[in-house]
Design a protein around this ligand. Structure first.
Ligand code: ATP
Length: 138
């Protein structure tokens, strides 16, 4: 079985969408193996988003992600990395397909940084790296 790191971003938590996101994950048949509500320190977020360092949205992204509590989870299941990204929908919530988390629940591209409710790891390598950052020991 595969594992992925899911974040319900601060916009999702502030809007009371944590339960809805977790409901969709569980309804799809995936299993929660770790779950925590926390306000992430800048150093953790900078490391998490290291691949975006230097891009115009990097600093606003780190600031937004640290602006309030988020929910971090390790989710397990066959092909869960692709499966969760399919549940989440594309990055821009305005055009994300209805039926997806971002398509159903998101709207604001929210410049300078997209407020798009969730994050999910994009590859097995990213998942291993991100799970190590957020849940050392899991
Ligand atoms: P995530 O990694 O959060 O699941 P993603 O893979 O769809 O999202 P990435 O390209 O990894 O998107 O970008 C990380 C996050 O940075 C996005 O989810 C979004 O919040 C923000 N972002 C990405 N591109 C832009 C952009 N061009 N303008 C504003 N914000 C952006």
């Amino acid at each position: 079985v595969q594992r992925t790191l899911v974040l319900v971003k601060p916009d999702g938590v502030a809007r009371g969408l944590t339960g809805e996101v977790l409901r969709r994950i569980e309804a799809k048949g995936y299993r929660l193996v770790a779950l925590e509500l926390r306000t992430a320190p800048a150093a953790l977020l900078e490391e998490h988003y290291a691949e975006h360092a230097g891009k115009p949205f990097y600093a606003p992204l780190v600031e937004f992600m640290g602006s309030g509590p988020l929910v971090a989870a390790v989710v397990e299941g066959d092909r869960v990395i692709e499966g969760f990204r399919s549940l989440a929908g594309t990055t821009d919530p305005t055009t994300a397909v209805p039926g997806t988390i971002r398509g159903d629940l998101g709207r604001d591209w929210g410049l300078p940084v997209a407020q798009n409710i969730v994050h999910g790891s994009d590859s097995p390598e990213s998942a291993a790296r991100e799970i190590g950052l957020w849940f050392p020991g899991v």
